[in-house]
Structure formats: C-alpha cells, structure tokens
Design a protein around this ligand. Structure first.
Ligand SMILES: C[S@@+](CC[C@H](N)C(=O)[O-])C[C@H]1O[C@@H](n2cnc3c(N)ncnc32)[C@H](O)[C@@H]1O
Length: 279
C-alpha cells in the first residue's frame, strides 16, 4: 500500500465526487471547505494542486467534508459568509444570508437616494445582514433592526462588533406592531414558508436553519400592515418573498393602500422582491 501523501488536487477531486452525491454544488463546496481548512482563498488552491496535505490538514478536511455530506450548510461549517461588501458570522442561531437578499438591499438603497440621514427599520434581522449592509452602503442612514429571536439578536450583535457598523438592535415581535418611527424605509425578509411546506424543503435548510426564520403565519402581510403605521407618508416598504408569492403579495400591498407597487426578479429571473410606497 502506498504511503505517499495525498496532494491537494487528489483530495479535492475525491471530495468533489463524494459531495456531488448529496449536493448540487459538490465541487464548489469541496473547494470552499478546503480553502477554509488550509486558511487560503479558493483561487490560491489552483496554484498549489501538487502540494501534499499533512495528516492534520487531511483529518480536518475529512471532518468538514463529512459534515457537509450530512447536509450541514457550507456557511455553517465555515462560520462566516459573504453578503454584499461584508463578511458576517453565521451559525445555526440565524438564517444564512442569501444572494436574493442582496437584491432586497439594492432596492432598499434605491429608496434612500437623496434623503438626508434616513430612518430605516429592518424587521427580522437574523444575522443583521440587511441592516448592516444598508449601514455600510448608506453611512448616514439611521438603521434599527429587530428580531423576535434572542439567539439571532446575539449573533447580529457579534456582527455589529465584527463590522464596526452602527445599528440599533432590539428584541421585538412584529406581530404586535413595529417600534419607533416614522421611518423612511421599512425593509424585511420575513419568514415566508407555509408550515405545511416545511417538509418539502431541502434537508440542508429544514434540518439546520432555525424554523423561526423559515416558517411564519402570513408574516409578509403582518409586516406590511404594521409598516403602514411606522412609515412616514411617502416612505417605502421593501419585502423579500418566496418564489410564486409575488402576485399575491403585490395584490396584498395594493389592498392595504400601498401605491407604486413594484416587483423585482432575482438573478435567476424569479420575482422575489415586492415593494410599495405609503401614500
Ligand atoms: C428569513 S429570516 C431573515 C433573516 C435576515 N434578515 C436575512 O435576510 O438573512 C427571518 C427572520 O425573522 C425573524 N422573525 C420571525 N418571526 C418574527 C416576528 N414575529 N417578529 C420579528 N422577527 C421575526 C426570525 O427570527 C428570522 O431572524
């Protein structure tokens, strides 16, 4: 039996094949986990394919790959994840920020252009992703972020420290109305999975991400109703919604009296953001 050390290229190939059985992004997952294990960035792996791995590195990588093969999300294994210009702490206390939520931030920022020190409320902040990205990209914004989950808020607090950005965090249940105001903008990625749909979600999501972040009883409507009282006249509401919910959400906003209701697709062409203006 050969005792030759395995090279970086060898382990990457084997891990990609293995993870490809349970993940649609097996190669990417394998690269991210290896880069993390070796303390390098992904691109650097490509210049070092022949480098042998030490037994400690191999053990650590095997452990990371085994976790991913059990469907644990890569972001939770890495412990951090990129969102807009930020890198945030992520763990099972809160939802992993998604690429479509970056579009929510883009739409939110569009409504802040030309406003002086706008007041912004992020409802259901999780890691703090939306609130922190807005504070980062519109530095004069006065951003408040709320969540019903104490765990999520503790993680968001870590991300406030990590990024050095100034936002106000508070524990609050949106079902009882929104705190403070009037706001120029209310933004939210509320839980929008119906309880009955939970079982149909991928195990990566269903078995690892907090259910309070996924499942909510008509939360987009709860937030939209509450936001009417919290927004100043002319202020905007920007909501992320689930695939297939755009038409009903746009109609719901119209029914509540919002005007200029607009829907924006994500990068795959699915309508995932609905916004409106308080008259
Ligand atoms: C889909 S996650 C969004 C997290 C983060 N904003 C993001 O986009 O990555 C929804 C968040 O809403 C919070 N949440 C659920 N019900 C809530 C409620 N009634 N009031 C306030 N926040 C709530 C959850 O704890 C969770 O952090």
């Amino acid at each position: 039996m050969s005792t030759a050390a395995l090279s970086l290229g060898d382990v990457l190939r084997r891990a990609s094949e293995h993870l490809g059985k349970t993940s649609e992004t097996g190669r990417l997952d394998a690269e991210l986990l290896l880069a993390h294990t070796l303390g390098r960035n992904r691109i650097e792996l490509y210049t070092d394919f022949d480098r042998p791995l030490s037994s400690q590195e191999l053990d650590a990588y095997r452990e990371a790959v085994a976790r991913r093969a059990r469907h644990e999300p890569v972001a939770y294994i890495l412990g951090e994840w990129g969102f807009r210009r930020l890198t945030l702490n992520v763990d099972p206390r809160a939802l992993i920020p998604r690429p479509e939520t970056e579009i929510v931030v883009e739409r939110a920022l569009a409504h802040l252009v030309g406003l002086d020190a706008p007041a912004v409320l992020d409802v259901g902040t999780g890691t703090g992703a939306i609130a922190l990205a807005i504070a980062d990209e519109q530095p004069d914004a006065r951003v408040t972020a709320i969540d019903v989950s104490a765990d999520a808020l503790a993680l968001a607090r870590e991300n406030v420290e990590r990024t050095g950005l100034a936002i106000e965090l508070g524990r609050h249940d949106a079902a009882g109305g929104l705190p403070g105001g009037p706001y120029d903008l209310v933004v939210s990625n509320p839980p929008y999975v119906e309880r009955a749909e939970l079982e149909t979600l991928m195990p990566d999501v269903r078995d690892y991400e907090p259910h309070v972040a996924l499942v909510g009883d008509h939360m987009p409507e709860v937030v939209a109703r509450a936001a009417i009282d919290a927004l100043r006249p002319g202020g905007h509401l920007v909501l992320e919604i689930g695939d297939g919910q755009a038409l009903a959400t746009a109609a719901m906003l119209g029914g509540l009296g919002y005007v200029d209701v607009v829907t924006t697709p994500d990068l795959t062409g699915r309508d995932r953001v609905v916004e409106g203006r308080r008259d």
